[in-house]
Write a protein that binds this ligand. Structure first.
Ligand code: ARG
Length: 459
């Protein structure tokens, strides 16, 4: 088989070498971007009189046929063609003959490959952002519905202070909002046209890079060709943004797994997101939440993997970079699928408020509120903390809750404020009074939700 570079060679690759060397089996998914880039390229070449108008028209006609042939599944990819760039070029020769040989003028696979990946990632980053936006919208709806529903807030997985379902969901809203901002920021650095960097140092031919930039809707042109063909930062950045977002999803999923356990019994995940056991008839397992938690591993792995591929590679292009594709494609598929399915699971999960109420009665979740009540009565906070701590010890010995303490109990404890009972410190009151900016009070959560809607409207 005659290669595109056969001029310099006396023999071709053995089949197992070709197999090892090729990327066509995975980079074939970029064919539409490869052809889009080629069309912009020849349009510019004709405008610059590097090729004629009729040659350009003929090449574009051929490229569109090639696109259809691939789309319709008529093309069988072969490792002999190595990658998508050479496959498209070969198919073009089949359609238009010798004029096809002008396509690769003033271009290298180095800038071409960068271009394909950037066009692909521009599209996929928009997809990821749309899915994140959908998730944010679901979170706002869930938060609105749960503004008054009280659940325990935890630190160290211990009851800490009462919070609301609305507040809890707005916590995740903030995390995913930052993910949106991160993806938007990485998009800015992605939005530079690499075409025209050629192999590594530009070209002697009078190309117009501003023209292809305009044709493909890039915001900027890359500044230095040597940097352009050696740059994979934009892929690393996407992988980091995806890793961070998957980490958020994983923590969320982990809480769902825990809240779904018999020990907690806090939530009900709809049957359609769970599986049964092949042996234990009673089981309803939160498989989807567990899978989300598990899938973060591969995305973070891809980030680490690509950083290791890049470290120590000299300027400029090295074939090592071909290893950027499978991790990227897999990360894109993983995060996009996961965001979609997680939003649907969220819509189909409810907090079991009756069960949660029982859990809330157990303990001393309002201890900080009593200490702050003492602060309002001029007791220094450290003394108030000590005092309420000893009340907890007393209650545990007597098997009582704060609300059970009688006036006599309070006297025995030297409670420094004249009060009949502590039963006024209801969870509703504790929550309502946490009105500080960013706190759990319904009043503040409404503010947070409003800002959330404003953020979504700004996207
Ligand atoms: N298949 C290659 C890649 O994935 C395309 C670039 C090849 N360039 C080269 N000079 N061998 O990066």
């Amino acid at each position: 088989m005659k290669n595109l570079w056969s001029g310099r060679f006396t023999k071709g690759m053995t089949s197992y070498v070709a197999e090892y060397n090729a990327s066509i089996n995975f980079d074939c998914i970029m064919y539409e971007y490869d052809i889009e880039g080629s069309i912009a390229h020849v349009t510019m070449l004709a405008k610059q009189n590097i090729i004629s108008e009729s040659e350009k028209d003929e090449i574009i006609r051929g490229l569109l046929i090639v696109k259809d042939r691939i789309k319709n599944g008529e093309v069988e990819f072969s490792v002999d063609d190595e990658d998508i760039h050479m496959t498209v070029e070969k198919l073009l020769f089949e359609e238009v003959g010798t004029v096809g040989k002008k396509l690769h003028t003033a271009r290298s696979r180095n800038d071409q490959n960068d271009l394909d990946e950037k066009l692909y990632l521009r599209h996929e980053t928009k997809q990821t952002l749309a899915l994140l936006k959908d998730l944010l919208e679901v979170l706002l709806k869930k938060a609105e519905a749960g503004i008054y529903d009280i659940i325990p807030g935890f630190t160290h997985t211990q009851h800490a202070q009462p919070i609301t379902v609305g507040f809890y969901y707005m916590c995740y809203f903030q995390k995913f909002k930052r993910d949106v901002e991160r993806f938007l920021s990485s998009y800015e650095r992605l939005d530079y046209n690499p075409l025209g960097a050629c192999a590594l140092a530009g070209t002697t031919l009078p190309i117009d890079r501003a023209e292809t930039t305009k044709l493909m809707g890039f915001a900027h042109i890359t500044e230095n060709a040597l940097d352009t063909v050696s740059d994979r930062d934009y892929i690393v950045e996407y992988l980091f943004c995806a890793s961070m977002c998957m980490t958020h999803l994983s923590r969320f999923a982990d809480e769902y797994v825990m809240y779904n356990s018999q020990e907690f019994g806090f939530i009900d995940i709809d049957d359609s997101f769970c599986t049964g056991s092949s042996i234990m008839p009673q089981k309803k397992n939160p498989d989807i939440a567990e899978l989300v938690r598990g899938k973060v591993g591969r995305v973070v792995g891809h980030l680490m993997g690509l950083l290791m591929v890049l470290k120590g590679t000299p300027m400029s292009f090295n074939k090592d970079f071909q290893e950027d594709k499978e991790p990227l494609f897999d990360a894109v598929n993983t995060i996009n699928q996961t965001l979609f399915i997680f939003a649907r699971m969220l819509e189909n999960t409810t907090f079991k408020m009756e069960n949660i109420k029982k859990q809330l009665e157990k303990g001393f979740i309002n201890a900080t509120d009593i200490a702050e009540f003492l602060v309002c009565n001029n007791i220094p906070f450290r003394d108030a903390h000590e005092m309420v701590g000893s009340m907890v010890k007393y209650c545990e010995q007597q098997n009582k809750t704060f609300a059970d303490l009688t006036h006599d109990d309070l006297k025995t404890l030297h409670f420094p404020v004249e009060i009949d009972s502590l039963d006024i410190f209801t969870n509703e009151k504790c929550v309502a009074q946490r009105k500080s900016y960013g706190g759990t009070s319904p009043e503040d959560v409404k503010r947070q939700i409003q800002n959330g809607y404003d953020f979504i409207a700004s996207l």
